[in-house]
Design a protein around this ligand. Structure first.
Ligand code: PAF
Length: 299
């Protein structure tokens, strides 16, 4: 008689929840002193499979994984957006524990900013367009919090999702300005729902009907890739805007096809470095603001 044993992997190592800056500094410094690598995944919580994919990557590539969960007030230029940002600490901690995180860093606003952060970063042209133009102060706030997290945790690698494509360029610029030269900033691919909608903490705020139409954003972007062979940059841009605005529920805030290094809009496909351009979009569904992007490979 044969008995079959099912082997189920259960993560049994205990995650530590860290609330203070001094504690996270100490734990990370100790790990680095022991010769361990530290992977940092900065988040604002309301964790979904997109965040978990960053954590999985950090888990594979580092000895210690730190995830910060902090809704950073300095990057919200709209108080209502800050107020309504989903906060789900208990569920987040369960997900972090299951994902094998070592330290969940969950500080209060007072812990991170005992005094107002008045630093203004010279983020240059990567921060001037798109999100930078639409959300004044947003990227400076991102630079403030991420520079603090880098200084506290001294990570070997830090992981960011490509849904916020421009944010990664801004963080690279901040890291260069602040001298975080040994730190590897790892850009990870966008995670999508089966119907194509990019995973976002904001998706939970969509009504059932908005959720039904939202996949048209990615579908439109994906089909525009085929148009690049026969249409100009301006024509593709306009066609994406028109197709999405044709849905009564959606309104495009901007769609720009940019150089993926400088973030500057290109006028001709030939301006795309190594034949790669990226189309970045922001769409309002009611008061929910969703962002997404697509790569045009012109080679
Ligand atoms: O992308 C985000 O969730 C935030 O901008 C970040 C990088 C965690 C900084 O608050």
């Amino acid at each position: 008689m044969f008995i079959t044993f099912a082997v189920v992997f259960i993560n049994t190592s205990k995650m530590e929840i860290v609330r203070t800056v001094s504690n996270i500094k100490e734990l990370c410094a100790q790990a680095r002193n022991e010769g361990k690598t530290v992977g940092l995944v900065p988040t604002m919580g309301a964790l979904h499979a997109g965040h978990i994919s960053l954590i999985d990557r950090a888990r594979k590539e580092n000895d210690i994984v730190v995830v910060s969960v902090f809704v950073n007030p300095t990057q919200f230029n709209n108080p209502e957006d800050l107020r309504t940002y989903p906060r789900t600490e208990e569920a987040d901690c369960e997900k972090l524990q299951a994902a094998g995180v070592d330290f969940a860093f969950i500080p209060t606003v007072e812990e991170i900013y005992p005094e107002e952060d008045t630093r203004v970063f010279d983020l240059g042209q990567v921060a001037e367009v798109m999100e930078g133009a639409m959300r004044p102060g947003h990227f400076n706030g991102v630079a403030q919090i991420v520079s603090r997290l880098f200084a506290m945790t001294n990570p070997t690698r830090a992981y960011f999702g490509e849904k916020d494509f421009q944010q990664i360029a801004v963080i690279r610029r901040m890291a260069q300005l602040e001298g975080f030269n040994d730190l590897d900033i790892v850009a990870c691919p966008i995670k999508r729902e089966p119907d194509g909608l990019a995973l976002s903490s904001r998706n939970v705020r969509l009504t059932a009907h908005q959720r039904e139409v939202a996949p048209a954003i990615h579908a439109t972007l994906a089909s525009s890739v085929n148009d690049a062979a026969s249409m100009t940059v301006a024509q593709v841009t306009q066609s994406v805007i028109d197709k999405i605005n044709a849905y009564e529920e959606m309104e495009v805030e901007y769609y720009q096809i940019v150089n993926p290094i400088t973030m500057q809009p290109i006028a001709e496909w030939s301006e795309a470095p190594d034949g790669i351009a990226v189309g970045c979009i922001t769409v309002y569904l009611g008061d929910v603001r969703l962002i997404d992007n697509i790569k045009y490979n012109l080679k």
